[in-house]
Design a protein around this ligand. Structure first.
Ligand code: FES
Ligand SMILES: [Fe+2]
Length: 381
């Protein structure tokens, strides 16, 4: 996000704060049928469309810095391994041997020299080519050149690694991400490093989990004793590019900005900025660290949630830095996301069974939830 845009958003947030309201979203109440969260046919259609036709975030680039370092998929449905070949080129392969399909990499090696299958020891190079068939003489007429690992499109953009779930898909991230890519580049996401990553299963629909992030309406209540102080009288501005959504939330200190020169304004000092990177990533620019949350559906009411936290090395030096990072991670991950947002999402999911609501009613401050739902509905096949 460039400086002028940061200044414009901050001015916009100050004006909204005067009026005590969010930037207008849809301007109407929307009813979303609850079968969106329970119906296995809807999930099948989502998997066949939004989870097949679009680039997905695999993780931060620091996961795969050099030849042989690698990153494994968190979702068995698209079982990829991302690595760099000897030339340093990023590659993504299905983590499956071309002989009889055993899993090649399990995550127990620090660095790969080659892909060596644990079943019958076929060996593949880091570029995916089959280097050796064990007892080659037992495979007359089998041409190794036809047995390279199955490749998926992979690319780096904005400090993130992206894969396309369809081997024939194209990764044009410039046009896919639009202005959101400029933000990631200008925030220098590439230069950050990983602090920690967690992976857990939540008993709620993947969209219910993402939707907990898409409004500020709940903050003074659900986060009464945690976040609400930082966002007192918080207001939200938003911006969409394609199916992606950016939200900026004013923090409590935003009034102090009036005493300073706009030349020196930096949005993250006075607001948090959040992105839906469609379809399943929720990316957060906190004041001094970043959260990448990714949601992978397992069933209508079960979802893998991964949370990767990134930071700038210079901001957290030494032991004190380490302690500060641990504190931020515990607060954000355990207390707020898991203990408050997702706990309530699991409650809502369980209550869907007992049928008090055929639909959820979204008010004027919840319009972004409806926009997100609409982006999915528009793409279902
Ligand atoms: S399944 Fe990999 S070598 Fe047989
Ligand atoms: Fe929340």
């Amino acid at each position: 996000m460039n400086h002028q845009e940061q200044v414009d958003i901050l001015k916009g947030l100050l004006a909204l704060r005067e009026q005590g309201r969010d930037q207008e979203m849809l301007g109407r109440v929307v009813r979303v049928p609850v079968r969106n969260y329970t119906d296995p046919h809807i999930l099948d259609r989502e998997l066949a469309s939004v989870f097949t036709d679009h680039p997905l975030v695999a993780g931060h680039v620091s996961n795969v810095p050099e030849p042989g370092s690698y990153l494994l998929s968190d979702w068995n449905r698209i079982p990829y391994v991302v690595t760099r070949d000897r030339q340093g080129r990023l590659r993504a392969f299905l983590n499956q041997c071309r002989h009889r399909g055993a899993r090649l990499v399990k995550g127990d090696e620090k660095q790969l020299k080659a892909f060596v299958c644990p079943f019958h020891n076929w060996v593949y190079d880091l570029d995916g080519s089959l280097r050796a068939i064990t007892r080659q003489e037992d495979f007359p007429g089998v041409d190794a050149a036809e047995y390279g690992l199955k490749e998926l499109p992979v690319a780096e953009a904005g400090g993130l690694i992206w894969i396309h779930p369809d081997p024939d898909g194209t990764l044009d991230l410039r046009s896919y991400l639009g202005r959101m890519l400029d933000d990631l580049v200008e925030f220098d996401i590439e230069k950050l490093v990983r602090y920690r990553k967690t992976k857990v299963v939540k008993n709620a629909n993947w969209k219910l989990l993402i939707k907990t992030y898409l409004e500020g309406y709940h903050v003074p209540y659900l986060h009464r004793t945690t976040l609400s102080k930082a966002f007192r009288k918080g207001v939200l501005a938003h911006f969409e590019d394609g199916p992606h959504i950016r939200m900026s939330a004013a923090r409590s200190n935003i009034d102090e900005i009036l005493e300073t020169d706009p030349e020196s304004w930096r949005i993250l000092d006075y607001a948090s900025v959040y992105y839906v990177l469609f379809p399943n990533t929720f990316f957060i620019m906190h004041p001094d660290y970043v959260s990448i949350n990714i949601f992978y559906p397992l069933a209508p009411d079960r979802t893998i949630w991964t949370h990767e936290m990134l930071y700038r090395k210079d901001d957290f030096p030494g032991e004190e830095g380490e302690a500060a990072l641990a504190k931020r991670f515990d607060f954000t991950n355990d207390v707020v996301f898991d203990g408050e947002d997702f706990a309530v999402a699991e409650d809502v999911q369980e209550n869907l069974r007992y049928g008090a609501n055929d639909f959820h009613t979204l008010g004027l401050a919840e319009g972004l939830l409806a926009m997100f739902q609409q982006s999915i509905d528009d793409r279902l096949r």
